[in-house]
Design a protein around this ligand. Sequence first.
Ligand SMILES: Nc1ncnc2c1ncn2[C@@H]1O[C@H](COP(=O)(O)OP(=O)(O)OP(=O)(O)O)[C@@H](O)[C@H]1O
Length: 645
Amino acid sequence: MRLLRHSETGYFSLTQFPDNAIPPYAILSHTWGADTEEVTFDDITNGKGKDKPGCEKIYFCGEQAARDKLDYFWIDTCCINKSSDAELSESINSMFRWYQCAKRCYVYLSDVSEVEQKRLDKEAKSTWEGAFQQSRWWTRGWTLQELLAPTSVQFFSKEGKYLGDRQSLAELIQKITGINILALQGSALSNFETSIKLKWAKNRQTTREEDLSYSLLGIFGISMPVIYGEGKQNAMRRLMREIDQYEPDEIYVRNLYITDPRDDKMRIEYVKGGLLEDSYRWVLQNSDFQRWQDDRQCQLLWIKGDPGKGKTMLLCGLVNELKSMDKTALISYFFCQHTDARLNNAMSVLQGLLYMIIRQQPSLVSHLRRIYQFTGQRHFNDVNAWFSLSEIFTDILQDPTLECRYVIIDAVNECVVDLPKLLYFVVQKLPQSSQVKWIVSSRNLWYIEEWLEGVDTKVILDLERNAESVSMAVSKFIQHRVLQLACKKKYNNKTRDDVLDYLSTHANDTFLWVALVCKNLESIPRWKTLQNLNAFPPDLIEFYEANIAWIGMSDNADLCRRILSTVAIVYRPVRLEELSSLVGTLGGMTDEVESLREIIGLCGSFLSIRGDTIYFVHQSAKDFLLMSGLTDPEGKGGETALIVN
Ligand SMILES: Nc1ncnc2c1ncn2[C@@H]1O[C@H](COP(=O)(O)OP(=O)(O)OP(=O)(O)O)[C@@H](O)[C@H]1O
């Protein structure tokens, strides 16, 4: 791959790197002007092209990359020597990967100007949105993969002003392109059907007609020779043939799909307010962790701790760390979640782990094919499904070509359906998978301990025994969150320091408590912060009790009580529209979804809404409601009453 960097002359120079030694780089996405306007490979090699209009975006990209501390960057106009057919063909087949591996992708929108818009419409609140939606960038063929392949896509106006990124603008981009929001949030493209991906590409244009097909190679994860001159139809026919060849096995993997744990990890990190490295990296220095990592005999690391001690976030961090320690290591993981019926049973765990392994090492699909080619989808649902899947998993674990080095299961205590089956599976598979290291996390529960007791090759990392490290991690979390709060709520220094001090002295080494208190402070007017601060009790249970009492005193106590008791006793997360009828039968109140949304906000320490679904902010909130006797299953007429006062 050939990369650009600033040269000593103040212009740019090109350096060729072998595939295994490519430095971190940024990449530009843009639309091409007329050929004469763009700076070419020859221009850069001969130090020319400075007066061409296309030079502006090269300067922009270089400067932005420097701001992001990246020395190198790539631009298609001048990093490919297009006079070489071989290089052009190789570049077209590599392009998706190049965008995928870039640290940052900058989308330079030459037809979106904040300044011009402001001049035209002084009243306009959103100065660029209209032009953004109309930009030519959305109509071009190649820009589809440039939007979807990179992990970080940032949009800039023609003045180089940052407009937002793919994540923050996801809803608007979905509206413009019709692309599924999950794909915009980074979900693997293999999760989307061929017809859907073809729909995303429909109505896009390319200068050369064959590029309509060539620009989709990476999106479908295939490669084929580039033959300019073959025409649009032939190129499309060849593309479809390649896709069809790959499809039959794809069906087996899709049938396996319950969830993509990579999406779950992204969602969990997002919902929990973002992963903070400073609050989990202590584990890398921990002697138990190091023993597990260094000693070949130690296969299982069991991370255990009380509610809200940061286990899930620790595992999210460990996935990242293990990946960056060994870039070739394949990791399969699963995050159990009691509140989600897709994520709370042993079968889903197995399917999720297998799905991740096969997605990353597609050749292993042969183990699935062997069993399922005669039976198809039904086999995944019948009474023997667990046993045949376990057999497939065992075969995969013993496959000499297996590249999977780590299997990680978070929160096994939240696997409420068939937990013994799952634990039996883990304990039994350990000796049969000597090249794989396992991590399991759970709360401190005797029945899990009983299951894992017999494993000789395990190391226990007990968070309660590492209280000092956890305490420091919580302190860093407090500092981070309070600074965020202070910034958002515009606290003065005294308020900020008082909040910091209060949280530090009362956190009791529990992340969750801090997270919940900060969430509450977010919804309190700035001037009431100190007044309300001392009302938060330091203990998690007390915290929930205080919140229940608080809800009890509010004008909407009855309504909140009904909602909390309904959501607590139903088996799966409730959708807003379902709740309206449930609560309606309880009290004949409004069934307006938006009103319900607001009312749910009043139960904020317990409930949150994602999309249209209501979740407990944390499992412990639900545990608290169910176990502390605040729900009364004997309630009248099948209702469950929550005693608030
Ligand atoms: N490293 C971290 N970065 C950012 N936030 C964190 C981190 N660790 C913990 N938190 C915060 O603390 C909260 C609780 O953490 P987490 O859910 O990981 O705890 P847990 O031990 O898995 O709890 P439980 O056993 O009850 O499931 C999270 O919602 C998050 O807000």
